[in-house]
Design a protein around this ligand. Structure first.
Ligand code: NAD
Length: 260
């Protein structure tokens, strides 16, 4: 009673770790039943258990967000299982291969763009048919990188994918406003997650190191990177009716890291 997302269904991609995991839990705390999409089954088992412990429903869907056939199937199965789709958090992403442009292979480029940008497109595309009737909120995880900050070494593909996500979210906001579906992008700064584990960094990256970095820990607000739970608070705000007049924008959550 009184919970902002009581009786709603939320779908979260990349729900097994980091920002996706913290957000799935926060959306459930706010009353939502949650469809958890990720690559590896085991990684969401404890999330499922914790959500069920709150008295909500949770279901894991093992799917690669860049795979159109599997995504169509997973999102449809989730919508049928839960009976509605109110909140979508398109969050799954990788750093991918970090390399100087001349050494970056087309395959690495496609992998990063495929998961981050095409995956976002496929998540939204497949969710819209299930959201059109009642409206809802879509949140896309972009980054400061590609929008306000460009000092990630060898991150040309990542930055392009993250800038692309913001542009896509804005077009989607315009196109889907007629269905009362809001779409916003969030742009986190450094957040302590597992994303570094998925990063393939070539030694070549050293060569293009740009000497504009500030010392470790020199965040104006936080003493170092933020926490996934802090991002989850923003996701909940954008998912709920508290942000009913906010659509088509990007919101930075970086402890003023990008002002330095
Ligand atoms: P994370 O690695 O902790 O979590 C990402 C999750 O996405 C993992 O569970 C992973 O298995 C899943 N995933 C990866 N590829 C997938 C695929 N093809 N299909 C389905 N799931 C897939 O990382 P995180 O930091 O929580 O990243 C979440 C999002 O936040 C990403 O889009 C990332 O670019 C963005 N982001 C992170 C930071 C940061 O500093 N951590 C900063 C800005 C933006």
């Amino acid at each position: 009673v009184g919970l902002p997302l009581a009786g709603k269904t939320a779908l979260v991609t990349g729900a097994g770790s980091g920002i996706g995991r913290a957000s799935a839990l926060e959306l459930a705390r706010a009353g939502a039943n949650v469809c958890l999409l990720d690559l590896i089954g085991e990684r969401t088992e404890d999330v499922e258990e914790e959500i069920r412990g709150m008295g909500r429903e949770a279901e894991f869907y093992d799917v690669d967000v860049s795979d159109p056939v599997r995504m169509e199937r997973a999102v449809r199965a989730a919508a049928e299982r839960f009976g509605s789709m109110d909140v979508v958090f398109a969050n799954a992403g990788i750093n991918g291969t970090l390399a100087p442009i001349e050494d970056l292979t087309p395959e690495s480029w496609d992998e990063t763009l495929g998961i981050n940008l095409r995956g976002t497109f496929l998540t939204v595309k497949n969710a819209v048919p299930h959201m059109k009737e009642k409206g809802g909120s879509i949140v896309v995880t972009s980054s400061i990188n590609g929008n306000r900050k460009f000092s990630g070494f060898g991150m040309s593909a990542y930055s392009a994918s993250k800038a692309g996500q913001v542009a896509f979210a804005k077009m989607a906001a315009l196109e889907l406003a007629r269905y009362r579906i809001r779409v916003n992008a969030i742009c986190p700064g450094g957040i302590r997650t597992n994303i570094g584990e998925n990063t393939d960094s070539t030694k070549q990256v050293e060569k293009i190191r740009i000497p504009v970095e500030y010392p470790e820990g020199a965040h104006p607000l936080e003493h170092g990177p933020g926490r996934p739970e802090q991002v989850a608070d923003l996701v909940l705000f954008l998912a709920s009716d508290r942000s009913s007049h906010i659509t088509g924008t990007e919101i930075y959550i970086d402890g003023a890291e990008t002002l330095l």
